[in-house]
Write a protein that binds this ligand. Structure first.
Ligand code: PXP
Length: 249
């Protein structure tokens, strides 16, 4: 069975659109609460919850992460940049896993995978620190053979293959080539002893092809699930995605 990690960042995007300046000060009903949504996702069949604490704190706040981290039963995957402050934060929080991602202030969402080749020393420092603390590491990388090779050398547990280029090419002639790159990446990662996850831009349409990737363990999906939940509720959105991921279960 392919596992589903729901990325709930955009719940916080919606909250911040109204409450960014007011924060805790208004008290009472600060909605929507990502932690409450995380519970609902799990009740509906999500296998884990993913959040990205960005340097600019544009959506998820430290208090959200701490509240989620304190909840037993939630398998928390913390996406983070390879910075000393995020490393210290994660070592203190001890989430189930961290996913190392690139981060730039200008991007709207994570664009492109982490360049492990270019940032080898920095990624190695964070990976070593997490492994030593018993926090499992995933590297969010493009399906590029050199990146995958290094991920295995650094002793990451997972790679999360970036499906964004494939999702963007879905309705264009480039789709088949992008999907072939993902297949080759998944095969190479598996052969190197890495567990294969994937994420970014996965929706209720492209999932029928994405789920056929070889050796797939878990998908991290955010935007499409949160968007659908506006119309059908989070329970239906999670359940339907999980069913599309695993049609024969
Ligand atoms: N995986 C990673 C590493 C991400 O950064 C994101 C986006 O925040 C996702 C998965 C989910 O992407 P989407 O919101 O497009 O489903």
């Amino acid at each position: 069975m392919i596992l589903l990690g729901v990325n709930i960042d955009h719940t916080a995007t919606l909250r911040q659109a109204r409450y960014r300046q007011l924060g805790e000060a208004v008290g009472g009903n600060i909605e929507p609460d990502p932690v409450a949504l995380a519970f609902r996702c799990e009740q509906a069949g999500a296998d884990g919850i993913t959040i990205h604490l960005r340097e600019d704190r544009r959506h998820i706040q430290e208090s959200d992460v701490r509240r989620l981290g304190a909840v037993k039963g939630t398998r928390l995957n913390l996406e983070m940049a390879c910075t000393p402050s995020m490393t210290n934060f994660a070592l203190q929080l001890k989430p189930h896993s961290v996913c190392l991602v690139p981060e730039s202030r200008e991007e709207i969402t994570t664009e492109g995978g982490l360049d492990v080749v270019k940032n080898l020393a920095r990624v190695a420092r964070v990976t070593d620190a997490m492994n030593a603390a018993g926090i499992k590491v995933s590297l969010f990388i493009d399906p590029d053979l050199e990146q995958i090779e290094l991920a295995a050398k650094l002793k990451a547990t997972w790679v999360e293959l970036h499906t964004g280029a494939y999702a963007n090419a879905y309705y264009s002639p480039g789709r088949a080539a992008e999907f072939s790159r993902l297949i080759a990446g998944a095969q190479q990662a598996h052969a190197a002893g890495l567990i294969v996850n994937a994420g970014h831009g996965i929706n209720y349409i492209n999932i029928t092809e994405v789920r056929t990737l070889p050796h797939l363990c878990e998908l991290n999906i955010g935007h499409s699930i949160i968007s659908r939940a506006l119309f059908s509720g989070i329970d239906e959105a999670v359940r339907t995605m999980k069913a599309l991921m695993n049609p024969r279960q």
